[in-house]
Design a protein around this ligand. Structure first.
Ligand code: A2P
Length: 271
């Protein structure tokens, strides 16, 4: 049985889900169904990915309860705009509710994210969104919305992989009961060629991707690896039959780099 993690609003979320960034909408329903057939019970999409329709269609095609995450893009920031933006995502998904709805980025010089956050609080009260959170928020951004609204996000979804482990932000999340989701958990594939990772993989008779994903799970993170390849879908899910040891953990901890970020820096990203 796959593990779930408790959220600060009393709900829980599967620790592993399918990431869909860069999957074309027309392919997404098929990939989502294949993932569900492989055992996945969570899927992560976003308005800006352009594949909410395919994601919803894939979920509706299977008779399983799937934890669905989507995200609000910059065009729809602001209180009223966010409510309307959600309506569009909700229609595209075609589901009865959205499990987790996130502010996608804090966008530099964007002062409206507090107002936008208040709209998400309202959507949760209305019930079509079950849990609310943010993505790519720094400690300062989190402090701001918590201070101004008193509502602590259930999740902050951030870039996190062995080369960029976000140790300080994770400690802040833990203190504030915010669950961390790792995006690009495989470092967009780069972690898989690291000699330290391949050595651990060989030792356990596992693949590098399985070692890296297992590391996220054991660290108490939620993780959303992206693949469209059916064999890799299964591979990435087959991580519940082995465990890393203390040597493995030390070796992976040593891969963390201050400059290991691959994606945009949230303090300068303008969308
Ligand atoms: P593909 O979609 O062709 O399988 P991340 O989730 O860190 O962004 O990484 C996603 C990248 O890693 C994609 O390019 C994906 O390619 C590749 N990938 C995903 N799973 C595996 C795997 N098990 N082995 C090798 N590459 C993988």
């Amino acid at each position: 049985e796959q593990p779930s993690i408790s959220l600060n609003d009393g709900r829980s979320m599967p620790q592993i889900g399918l990431g869909t960034y860069q999957i074309p909408d027309g392919d997404t329903a098929g990939v989502v169904q294949a993932a569900i057939d492989a055992g996945y019970r969570a899927v992560d999409t976003a308005a800006i990915y352009g594949n909410e329709a395919g994601t919803g269609a894939g979920v509706r095609a299977r008779d399983e309860t799937i934890f669905v995450t989507s995200k609000l893009w910059r065009d729809d920031f602001g209180y009223d705009a966010a409510l309307k933006g959600f309506e569009k995502s909700f229609d595209r998904l075609g589901l009865d509710w959205v499990d987790l709805y996130l502010l996608h980025w804090p966008f530099v010089e964007e002062t409206r994210f507090v107002e936008t956050w208040k709209a998400l609080v309202r959507l949760r009260e209305e019930g079509r969104v079950k849990s609310i959170g943010v993505s790519n928020f720094t400690m300062d951004h989190l402090e701001r919305i918590i201070h101004d609204t008193g509502v602590v996000p259930a999740v902050n979804q951030i870039e996190l992989h062995p080369s960029f482990q976000q140790v300080e932000l994770r400690a802040y999340h833990d203190e504030n009961h915010i669950v961390t989701t790792s995006w690009s958990p495989l470092g967009q594939g780069a972690a898989l060629a690291d000699p330290a990772i391949t050595a651990i993989a060989e030792k356990h008779g596992k693949t590098p991707a399985q070692v890296v994903l297992r590391w996220h799970i054991e660290a108490g993170l939620t993780v959303i690896p992206k693949t469209t390849n059916p064999a890799r879908l299964a591979e990435n899910f087959a991580i519940f039959d082995f465990a890393l040891d203390a040597d493995d953990e030390r070796a992976i901890a040593a891969l963390d780099r201050r400059d290991g970020r691959i994606g945009p820096d949230p303090t300068t990203f303008a969308g």
